[in-house]
Ligand binder design. Structure first.
Ligand code: NCD
Length: 295
């Protein structure tokens, strides 16, 4: 079977743990890089990105592969070529794998169904972002081992592909999940299909039992005009400050952070249990492990 990482659903618990364990070993310098055949990887990013695109590039290079970066402005999409014609053009050059980020949900799945090439979803609209979840898990596994931790996820859960992949992954791992968000940033019906045991709260004032709190950015690019006024409402109620962190949970955020909207400057600049840059660091090792899984 041609391998893919399009959704967390594509991976068994065993495969997820293998990727996390390999990433942890890479991060500790305890795993040798296999000298395999050099692969040609296309890194197609049709939405803005700093950490994801760079970490895929660095991961591929560390493994000795060729990686070719393509973004909207540099591609013929900006000259009016259709998405399907651009993909057909790229696939005809026979890449060994395609990494794709697209604003449209399910486009990685459509490409896989049409062309059967190894593919990694680097974020499809608000649907999923599986390698972000895998890196979050690898870091948590490095910190907590196999403990069934309690993790709070707070922010714009409804429009967040990171939240969707993480809720799937943390459900598989039997973590306790607590979602903290106003109603306009939650789609409970959608989430109930994944996990009936999630607990919900609409305040950050009671986060005493959490091992980890993960904050999320408001996905302004994915929300309609009516919801845009909710940004200031959200900020006044949910911007994480030091008072919320008295019980000292670890702090995570996939980045990019919008300072003083979901996390205050003070927390970002002084909180001693922030893992935000550790997440970025682990991102490279997880993507190395994902590429090894693919090949
Ligand atoms: C996230 C994304 O693009 O989904 N960023 C990332 O890949 N680390 C989160 C976000 O944009 O808010």
């Amino acid at each position: 079977m041609i391998k893919k990482i399009i959704s967390i659903d594509d991976l068994s618990l065993k495969e997820i743990n293998k990727i996390a364990d390999d990433a942890i070993k890479f991060s500790l310098n305890k795993k040798k890089i296999k000298k395999s055949k050099v692969k040609n990887i296309f890194n197609l990013f049709l939405e803005p990105s700093t950490r994801t695109t760079v970490s895929f590039e660095l991961a591929a290079k560390k493994l000795g592969h060729n990686i070719i970066n393509i973004n909207f402005d540099k591609s013929s999409l900006s000259k009016g070529e259709t998405f399907n014609d651009t993909i057909a053009t790229l696939v005809s050059m026979k890449p060994d794998a395609l990494i794709i980020r697209d604003q449209k949900e399910f486009s990685p799945k459509e490409i896989y169904n049409n062309y059967k090439i190894p593919i990694i979803n680097a974020g499809d609209g608000k649907n999923e972002h599986p390698t972000q979840s895998l890196l979050d898990y690898a870091l948590l596994k490095k910190k907590f081992g196999n403990k069934k931790i309690t993790i709070g996820i707070c922010g714009d859960i409804k429009h967040s592909r990171v939240a969707h992949s993480n809720i799937k992954l943390f459900t598989k791992l039997k973590y306790n999940i607590e979602l903290i968000a106003p109603d306009y940033f939650l789609d409970k019906k959608d989430l109930l299909r994944i996990n009936k045991n999630i607990s919900y709260s609409n305040s950050l004032d009671n986060i005493r039992n959490l091992d980890v709190i993960m904050m999320l950015r408001i996905q302004k690019e994915r929300i309609n005009k009516n919801l845009k006024s909710s940004v200031s409402k959200f900020k006044s109620q949910y911007c994480l400050n030091l008072n919320h962190l008295k019980s000292s949970p670890y702090l995570m955020h996939p980045g990019p952070v919008n300072r003083n909207i979901e996390i205050s400057d003070q927390v970002l600049d002084t909180y001693h249990k922030s893992l935000i840059l550790d997440q970025v660091n682990m991102g490279v090792y997880v993507r190395m492990a994902c590429l090894e899984y693919l090949f």
